[in-house]
Design a protein around this ligand. Structure first.
Ligand code: NAP
Length: 480
């Protein structure tokens, strides 16, 4: 009987495209299974060239696979994934490999990996980025799981991944939930990048009066420089689009309430747990939330804005300032995202190579960009780099941009145009570089009302003040 070297469970959009991608690569024979057989039949009918081996149930699916059996699950994240794992574990054997390619929360992946490992079966959580188009033509893949499973899985995933500058966009990220953790950060950075681009568009439009089509030309031009990226490229396309029904720019017809599937929020929740300030990503998540509150927005529409009308004296200079502000803010967002990767790796014991992560994001995924090569260079030059934005290349870029960045944030503030990601990124930059922060006062307040103690700049130890009006008495709580 012909056997398959790889199987796919779940044949909705993502699974069927991934199965077709696998089948199109030399040496792969793909077993397919879906809970309801209709999707299996449709895929067989529409793509006879793929040579799929269909299975009607889990036992047949297992029998169709050569050993070690390797199956990629592409089903609804959450309960759907757990249900499929429960069934596969019954028909697979020790040494086999179950891969979850869905958008799982990394802590679920850690839990699943632990439970499946007890059966002797390998469980790999693999972040797959690039949407349906990526699944079909080459995604960026972020697998976690054991070293043993990577031996079998590595060549298969390399065969279907996007290729950037001759290299497949896949690497063994780390053990158990590391892959889904890194995919989560990817999505968080994606939120920040999209929000920054949206703010740049808004400021140019309202500051210069340029039309969406004219701004599309600006983005197309930016895409030839240091901002070159998939998101800048598609922004130009979106802005150029005319609504067939009304003849208006499509962007003016689309309801201004942004949706979210939750991975940006996960990135921020995890950052809060890890104590990492990912302010650019958080502002992007909150900006979507704010946009989706029509009742509050309608009620607040009466509130006053600045009294003076806003006009930009030199539109070309302003556009260039916005470009620089966008680049500087983007550096901050990526720097924060990588800080979260470092903190997650430390917390969960993963050996994550930051430069490799930047490399596998160069193709197939939504945040693919030229700029990622600079991040790889920075971590190659200094693997222990404490903050990406201090690497020489990014430092120089920030030195070049910071005056323009400030002008843009001031202009936005004076004009009453929301720019949460631009301004929070600038505040982060100023906070990080500040010689002294008002955190000292916060420590004083905490000690006043809660005896939380503080440390001093002039001697070691922990101190508490007996607060009593003008005169205070200082106690050494724990000085060594
Ligand atoms: P989906 O709509 O999320 O899920 C539908 C699939 O799940 C169907 O095949 C369905 O089977 C199956 N399913 C649901 N519950 C099940 C259960 N209890 N047992 C067995 N099968 C079950 O599919 P999708 O949009 O193709 O997405 C698949 C995964 O990829 C999800 O985790 C999603 O979050 C992720 N995703 C990633 C991207 C990306 O860019 N990386 C984009 C989209 C989606 P039936 O046909 O029998 O109902």
């Amino acid at each position: 009987m012909t056997q398959a070297n790889i199987g796919v469970v779940g044949l909705a959009v993502m699974g069927s495209n991934l199965a077709r991608n696998l089948a199109s690569r030399e040496g792969n024979t793909v077993a397919i299974f879906n809970r309801s057989y209709e999707k299996t039949q449709t895929l067989l009918d529409e793509h006879p060239e793929a040579g799929f081996l269909p299975a009607a149930d889990y036992a047949e699916f297992a029998a169709t696979l050569s050993k070690p059996r390797t199956a990629i699950i592409m089903v609804q994240a959450g309960r759907g994934t757990d249900a499929v794992i429960d069934e596969l574990v019954k028909v697979f054997e020790p040494g086999d490999i179950i891969v979850d390619g869905g958008n799982a929360l990394f802590t679920d992946t850690i839990r699943r990996e632990k439970a499946v490992r007890e059966t002797g079966i390998n469980f790999v959580g693999a972040g797959i980025s690039g949407g349906e188009e990526g699944a079909l033509n080459g995604p960026s893949i972020m697998p976690g799981g054991s070293d043993e499973s990577w031996v079998t899985l590595g060549p298969i995933l390399k065969s279907i991944a996007a290729v950037a500058e001759g290299e497949p966009c896949v690497t063994h990220v780390g053990h158990d939930g590391a892959g889904h953790f890194v995919k989560m950060i990817h999505n968080g950075i994606e939120y920040a990048d999209m929000q920054l681009i949206a703010e740049a568009y808004d400021l140019i439009r309202r500051g210069t009066g340029k039309s969406p089509a004219e701004i599309a030309d600006i983005f197309a031009e930016w895409n030839r420089g240091e901002l070159e990226s998939y998101l800048i490229e598609i922004t130009a396309e979106v802005l150029r689009q005319v609504d067939a029904e009304t003849g208006a720019p499509l962007v003016d017809v689309i309801l201004d309430q942004a949706g979210a599937k939750g991975t940006g929020a996960w990135t921020v929740q995890s950052a809060l747990d890890l104590g990492i300030p990912v302010s650019g990503i958080a502002e992007a998540v909150f900006a979507r939330s704010l946009s989706s509150k029509p009742a509050q927005r309608a009620a607040a529409a009466e509130l006053p804005g600045p009294s003076d009308a806003w006009t930009v004296a030199d539109p070309d200079a302003f556009v260039e300032d916005v470009r620089r502000a966008l680049y500087a803010s983007k550096i901050v967002a990526y720097s924060q995202g990588f800080d979260e990767i470092v903190a997650g790796a430390e917390q969960y014991g993963w050996d994550i190579k930051k430069g490799e992560i930047a490399k596998i994001w160069r193709g197939g995924c939504i945040i693919r960009a030229q700029f990622l090569n600079r991040i790889t260079d920075a971590y190659d030059a200094d693997p222990g780099l404490v903050a990406l934005l201090t690497a020489p290349y990014f430092r120089d870029a920030l030195v070049d941009s910071q005056e323009a960045w400030r002008r843009v944030v001031v202009a936005a503030t004076q004009a009453g145009i929301p720019s949460p990601a631009f301004s929070s990124s600038l505040s982060y930059y100023d906070g990080l570089r500040a010689e002294r922060l008002p955190a000292a006062l916060v420590q004083g307040q905490r000690d006043f009302f809660g005896a939380h103690t503080y440390k001093r700049i002039d001697k070691d130890g922990t101190f508490h003040t007996l607060w009593s009006g003008d005169r205070t008495e200082v106690q050494a709580v724990d000085s060594h």
